[in-house]
Ligand binder design. Structure first.
Ligand code: 9D3
Length: 245
């Protein structure tokens, strides 16, 4: 998977993804990252990439030409046209199904805005998808692009070890994970739940399922609507006071 990022802060993107799981995936060549500095494509003698808004108002607007030239450095004329994701609070909200869909692409281009916005004409010309990461106000599109690259990368075959790979099934069924424990068996007077020390695998699985259900009910009841639940699950949730109507 090839990630291109059009940004005024390419170092932020590189530094943010060079560590941990994405860092190893980059080292192994399972993903690659091409962070392109839009300023390198300014033709202005002071390397300006923004200007005052037509019609007046506060703030600056990123000009279309440097972005277009940066884009053309990635996409040649007449070649493949990869999807271009514009990071904007006005976009569709990124979620796990969107990450799964995008993980099927060979190449993605992220466009990160800064300042008040980007000239509409370049968006009309190159953007295929408008994407937000949620309803809160950030200072730019770089962190959203990094969030998306992280979420998409872990879906690329080989990026996660097999143990962790099996785990994303568990987000699939829309339940939160059960709690985890390791040594010591007693910490600040708090004991690890007995059942986990019992070696009784069927009972452990049942306990974990119930803890998952309880946790989802308490913390993210909205997810229970989409969860796939069997009779036993529903009986347990009912014992907690959950009323599926
Ligand atoms: C002063 C302009 N703002 C009016 C409230 C609009 C605005 C434009 C650009 C607010 C924030 C930003 C910078 N944010 C992003 O570029 C961004 C973002 C976000 O802020 N939240 C969630 N997802 C995203 S994706 C890109």
């Amino acid at each position: 998977m090839v990630f291109h990022v059009l940004t005024l802060f390419p170092e932020m993107i590189r530094d943010g993804l060079n560590t941990s799981v994405t860092g190893r995936a980059l080292d192994k060549g399972l993903i690659s990252l091409n962070a392109v500095n839009i300023r390198d494509f300014s033709t202005d003698k002071h390397l300006h990439v923004d200007d005052y808004p037509y019609g007046g108002g506060a703030g600056m607007v990123m000009q279309p030409d440097p972005i277009y030239r940066a884009y053309r450095s990635i996409v040649g004329e007449g070649g493949k046209r990869p999807r271009v994701l514009y990071m904007t609070p006005q976009g569709s909200v990124f979620d796990q199904p969107m990450a799964e869909e995008l993980a099927g692409e060979e190449e993605l281009i992220f466009l990160c805005g800064h300042y008040e916005g980007v000239d509409e004409r370049i968006l009309e010309e190159i953007v295929t998808d408008y994407v937000s990461i949620g309803d809160y106000v950030l200072t730019g599109g770089e962190l959203p692009a990094m969030v998306m690259i992280d979420a998409i990368s872990r879906l690329v075959p080989g990026v996660l070890n097999n143990e962790d790979s099996a785990e994303f099934e568990s987000f699939h069924d829309n339940l939160l994970e059960h709690p985890h424990y390791t040594r010591p068996a007693s910490f600040l007077g708090k004991e690890v739940p007995e059942v986990l020390l019992s070696g009784h695998h069927a009972r452990i699985e049942e306990w974990r399922r119930q803890e998952s259900l309880k946790r989802t009910y308490e913390r993210r009841p909205d997810l229970l609507e989409k969860a796939v639940l069997d009779k036993k699950d529903l009986a347990y949730l009912k014992s907690l006071g959950y009323d599926k109507t």
